[in-house]
Design a protein around this ligand. Structure first.
Ligand SMILES: [Zn+2]
Length: 367
């Protein structure tokens, strides 16, 4: 089979709900670069230092301007492209939960999605983007999110506007995203825009093959998004490593099969979700998923999963044996002497998982 040709392997840094210290990033960024990452896709949400009427959006633990610059300097020193991600439609809970922005919700009860027909919606989204771009003046790419817009075209205003124009909800989605994209293209002409595709899939049962046939007719360049954590359960706390390795091997095979249909495959983003939404608990914590991330990046680089790769990444992280790729079922005997950044948390969560299993056995036993 032909070789897979693409430029980027991006690691998704999802800072929502667990903002890392710069001292941790200083250790982890060189590590992912050594594993073959070429960039980071950073989802800041409330971890940015906002100003003006957006000041209230920032978390008490938000980065300072100096720290945002430090993150970019560390990435540059390690030859990593920095791609900021700004949500522009759904997943805007961190904005719409505030009383001042509540009237921009699509449905008053739910803070997820913005109403695209609200007269202040465009100004809000552009302010969010400007805030991020002001701190990333050297960015070549901007990701505009747009995934999981759960409440689309539900309000009276949207319903009547859609009826008047003969639109379905998919038209409403595409019109809003196109509007944002056109404005950004004028305002930031050097920036290449990226977005998630899930709202453009016609039906959930669409198979990967069918999807590529459709996309290749509309888009000439695509990105793929895999996952190294945060995608197998909202309360999962240890990533099922072999599952993620298999997922990457499948992506490689699929992209090889379909790459001739596209002008270019730009790259693969390894997503690492922190939690399923703004109000959900954190799922797998980043340090707990570092061994999984190392193996997945190695799989992408070698386009296979060899014992030598498994051994090398395990040794690099200070494991005496091999990284455990089958963490379930529990309990399991634990290795406790690795040395990678955040390994203390990795060990603690492994112990916790054993404890939970034993507790459930006791609770379910009779007598
Ligand atoms: Zn609406």
């Amino acid at each position: 089979m032909v070789n897979l040709i693409y430029k980027h392997r991006l690691v998704h840094f999802d800072f929502k709900g667990a903002i890392p210290r710069i001292s941790f990033l200083e250790k982890i960024i060189p590590l992912i670069s050594s594993w073959g990452a070429t960039g980071v896709l950073i989802e800041y949400e409330d971890s940015l230092p906002y100003s003006g009427n957006l000041t209230q959006l920032q978390s008490p633990y938000a980065f300072t301007v100096k720290q945002i610059n430090q993150i970019q300097s560390i990435c540059k020193e390690n030859n990593l492209e920095v791609i900021p991600l700004v949500q522009t439609f759904g997943h805007l809970e961190f904005v719409l939960k505030h009383d001042e922005f509540r009237n921009l919700r699509e449905m008053d009860l739910y803070p997820n999605a913005l109403c695209p027909f609200h007269p202040d919606a465009l100004e809000l989204v552009l302010s969010l983007i400007d805030s991020v771009m002001a701190l990333h003046s050297n960015a070549n790419y901007l990701h505009i999110g747009a995934d999981e817009v759960w409440h689309l075209g539900k309000c009276h205003k949207c319903q009547s506007e859609m009826a008047g124009r003969g639109w379905e909800s998919s038209d409403l989605f595409l019109q809003w995203v196109s509007k944002i994209a056109l404005i950004l293209k004028k305002k930031y002409p050097m920036i290449t825009l990226i977005m998630w595709d899930d709202m453009m899939r016609n039906c959930p049962e669409t198979k990967l093959k069918g999807m590529f046939d459709v996309y290749s007719k509309v888009f000439d360049r695509i990105w793929a998004a895999s996952s190294f954590k945060g995608s197998t359960g909202s309360t999962q706390f240890i990533p099922p490593v072999q599952h993620h390795i298999d997922n990457h091997l499948t992506w490689i095979t699929t992209l090889k099969e379909h790459q001739s249909k596209f002008k270019e495959i730009c790259g693969i983003a390894l997503t690492g979700w922190q939690r399923y939404d703004h109000y959900a608990v954190l799922c797998e914590l980043f340090p707990v998923a570092i061994p999984c991330l190392g193996l997945c990046l190695r799989v992408l680089k070698s386009e296979s999963f060899l014992m030598s790769d498994h051994e090398e990444i395990s040794q690099q992280l200070g494991f005496h044996g091999l990284i455990n790729v089958f963490p379930f079922p529990r309990p399991q005997i634990l290795e406790q002497e690795m040395s990678f950044p955040g390994h203390e948390l990795y060990i603690a969560v492994q112990m916790w998982s054993n404890f939970v299993y034993k507790y459930q056995i006791i609770c379910n036993s009779e007598g």
